[in-house]
Design a protein around this ligand. Structure first.
Ligand SMILES: [Zn+2]
Ligand SMILES: [Zn+2]
Length: 85
């Protein structure tokens, strides 16, 4: 008779433990094995939503790439020699 009560208790305990072990990505809201904290904005992101090696989320990666491209273009335009005689 106490068998039913016991199994229900175990089930609930198991469920709670699983929730605690599964961190949630703050970008896609998926439960994942592991999250990484973005060094720029502090968002906890999964491996699909950023670069774990650089510790940057996908939002901050886009910002960095844009800045780099703009700088390169500016330099090229200014140092371009004009034809002169
Ligand atoms: Zn994610
Ligand atoms: Zn970020």
């Amino acid at each position: 008779m106490s068998d039913t009560h016991l199994s229900a208790d175990v089930l609930r305990g198991d469920l709670r433990r699983r929730t605690r072990e599964m961190p949630k990505c703050e970008i896609c809201y998926e439960d994942v094995d592991k999250v990484y904290t973005c060094k720029t904005c502090g968002t906890e992101f999964c491996v699909d939503c950023g670069d774990p090696k650089k510790k940057i989320c996908i939002l901050c990666i886009e910002d960095e790439e844009e800045e780099d491209e703009e700088e390169d273009e500016d330099e090229e335009v200014e140092e371009k020699p004009k034809k002169r005689r």
